[in-house]
Write a new protein. Structure first.
Length: 201
């Protein structure tokens, strides 16, 4: 039976970063290599910034290749990294359509999710964002219920050392989504990925 992979949601793909200036693509690629150490249990889900990423043509080519291999899933973060709750409905729809079209034409993949910047749309101020997303053919996912990598690694470390408990944990995490930006520390995630790889090869 195929495992419904754990989704590693990676926001802000790709932007210039003061910590990794000039090496943003290398850092992003390193993060992807970590996720694909265990392609059976993990998939790298990207929240793409359709304008900012155009400063990284080599990254665009790379995402297209990896998406074709099934190790990446590029979804929409926005046309820009802005507060969409402050924009009128029609402008949101038009920007989402443009971002979606960019992903279709650049990566040969049809996105279905809008991961809004800063989780906009979770409160009354952004209540027009969910219908706007639907009109653009996207489902809005905010930051509500977001899981951090520390939660998984804590569960792993607390496990009894029995094959049954390990198997139960692996099954319990099937299909869940964990948020981690490509520039953030990845020690907890790395440890978790190695656990899955070692215990369900
Ligand atoms: Zn963001």
């Amino acid at each position: 039976m195929t495992y419904n992979r754990i989704r590693i949601r990676d926001d802000d793909v790709l932007v210039t970063s003061s910590s990794f200036r000039g090496k943003e693509f290398d850092r992003f690629r390193g993060f992807h290599n970590m996720v694909t150490e265990d392609p059976k249990h993990f998939i790298h889900v990207l929240a793409v910034l359709a304008t900012e990423i155009q400063e990284f043509p080599e990254c665009i080519a790379y995402i297209k290749e990896e998406t074709a291999k099934g190790t990446m899933q590029p979804e929409v973060h926005g046309l820009h990294h802005i507060d969409y709750a402050g924009l009128p409905y029609a402008v949101v729809v038009s920007q989402l359509r443009e971002a979606k079209d960019f992903i279709v034409s650049s990566f040969n993949y049809v996105p279905t999710i809008w991961y809004s910047p800063w989780g906009a749309g979770a409160d009354a101020r952004g209540e027009h964002l969910r219908p706007a997303a639907l009109e653009a053919g996207l489902n809005l996912v905010t930051c509500v219920g977001m899981i951090q990598p520390s939660k998984l690694v804590h569960e792993i470390r607390a496990l009894a050392d029995t094959p049954e408990d390990k198997a139960n944990l692996i099954m319990a995490w099937e299909g869940k989504e964990i948020l981690r930006h490509w520039w953030e520390g990845s020690g907890a995630l790395m440890e978790s990925i190695q656990f899955f790889k070692a215990n369900d090869p």
